[in-house]
Design a protein around this ligand. Structure first.
Ligand code: SF4
Length: 449
């Protein structure tokens, strides 16, 4: 694959994640330049001019988020790195944390300097073992080298960084739930306003940025906004880390320039689909994004605007390729099982709706589906839309109804014939066949069916 690489631009060795190796690649020069020659507002301005978009899923402009906070207002401000990568199919932040942890740590320091923060946090997914050891190791090395702590690099800027391990909740990847968890409270999302940049951690202005977003900041300070904008597209500058799994021949983590061809990526770089089958559809950016079928992908490029135009989103960059011959009813049931399990239970439509949708899908794959079940799934999804505190409830509805919109006939066939239309005719392994039924359904006595 050709194209500029900001993160995957070095050989991965046993020591390439260390401070010495990072410095040999030019690491921490951006921090030194910022602390010694730039005002905090200059850093925010450069990031804004570069057009850096968030890489956690929502693609919100990072500079605009930082610009809300006044660095010199005398109040405590915080930056929290969101390393709670839990969206199914997404494992690209893991690569950065494992292989170039100092890059994202330097980004965290620059973001903290830009907003006048003296304490920063790294909230990392509890299940991440090696990434945790690598980022904690990077923080320790930075303290030893005088890159963290008091009077960094001989300047009057001081910063402390704490690494905090989550406990396995998907919802804690949502920014407000993450901050609640950091405070030692139940990891529940909260309504906004007030925005987190107004009242975040400990009721103070807080920026929450994804690992990859922060990893872009030293790159921007090194290249300058103009240099950064030469990569990618005018509306999606830079590169995107993509983790791809599913039925491609070469799954893994790739870095692509925004604007790259989606078809070239799947059929050439990822080696096409296993067993020589055609692509049926993709989940483009984590299971919370709507699927795109083979036809919808033709001519589409990998950037935010093109993905929106095609009817979905780039989301978290966690792509799942699904081959022709895969049962989408079982796929939907598996996805819904995840949402039900991860609902925090705070909002009634989500708490009840997630389990209800799972039970409906579960009985369809058990051959006990009813003709009205398809409309029921749409109805439950509608009831969640816009009525919940966080986007989990909406997302589940969008994900399942997008599958229904595209493959309704598979659901009708399953209900009528009490089996998948693909049973016995698969040329590739169907990862969803025989998936373990959830132990939680029905979870309440008298639950609606
Ligand atoms: S939508 Fe679901 S996960 Fe989000 S706060 Fe409400 S109950 Fe919790």
């Amino acid at each position: 694959m050709t194209g500029v690489k900001f993160f995957m631009n070095h050989e991965v060795t046993e020591t390439s994640h260390t401070l010495a190796a990072y410095k040999a690649r030019g690491g921490y020069q951006a921090l030194e330049k910022a602390l010694k020659t730039l005002q905090p507002a200059d850093v925010t301005k450069e990031v804004s001019n570069a057009g850096l978009l968030g890489h956690g899923g929502a693609a919100f402009p990072a500079g605009r988020k930082w610009g809300v906070i006044k660095p010199n207002d005398g109040e405590p401000h915080y930056v929290c790195m969101n390393a709670d990568e839990g969206e199914p199919g997404t494992f690209k932040d893991r690569w950065i944390l494992q292989h170039t942890p100092h890059l994202t740590l330097e980004g965290l320091m620059l973001a903290s300097y830009a907003i006048g923060g003296r304490h920063a946090f790294i909230y990392i997914r509890g299940e991440f073992d090696l990434p945790y050891r690598r980022i904690q190791g990077a923080v320790d090395e930075a303290y030893e080298a005088g890159l963290l702590g008091q009077n960094i690099l001989g300047t009057n800027y001081s910063l402390d960084v704490v690494v905090y391990r989550g406990a396995g909740s998907y919802v804690c990847g949502e920014a407000s739930a993450m901050l609640a968890s950091l405070e030692g409270k139940k990891g529940w999302p909260r309504n906004r306003p007030p925005r987190l940049t107004v009242k975040g951690l400990y009721q103070r202005p807080t920026v929450v940025n994804n690992v990859e977003t922060l990893a872009n900041v030293p790159v921007i300070l090194t290249l300058g906004a103009e240099g950064f904008r030469k990569v990618g597209t005018p509306k999606s500058p830079g590169t995107q880390m993509i983790s791809i799994s599913g039925h491609v021949n070469r799954p893994g983590v790739y870095e692509v320039e925004y604007g790259y061809s989606w078809e070239q990526f799947i059929f050439e770089d990822c080696g096409g689909i296993q067993g020589g089958r055609d692509l049926k559809c993709i989940i483009p950016g984590g299971v919370s994004t709507k699927i795109l079928n083979r036809d919808e992908l033709r001519g589409v490029t990998l950037d935010h605007n093109a993905a929106l135009k095609a009817g979905s989103q780039l989301g978290s960059g966690g792509m799942i390729a699904i081959a022709e011959g895969t049962c989408m009813v079982r796929a939907a049931r598996n996805i819904q099982r995840f949402y039900h399990h991860e609902s925090c239970g705070q909002c009634t439509p989500c708490r009840e709706g997630m389990g209800w949708m799972e039970r409906v899908l579960d009985r369809i794959v058990k051959g006990q589906g009813r003709p009205e079940d398809i409309d029921r799934l749409y109805g439950i999804s509608d009831a969640n839309d816009g009525t919940t505190v966080c986007s989990l409830g909406d997302s589940a509805g969008y994900a399942i109804t997008a599958i229904l919109d595209h493959y309704r006939e598979e659901f009708e066939y399953f209900i009528t014939h009490k089996r998948s239309m693909y049973d016995g005719r698969l040329a590739v392994v169907d990862p969803f066949e025989g998936a373990v039924p959830t132990p939680m359904a029905p979870r309440l006595a008298g639950a609606r069916a």
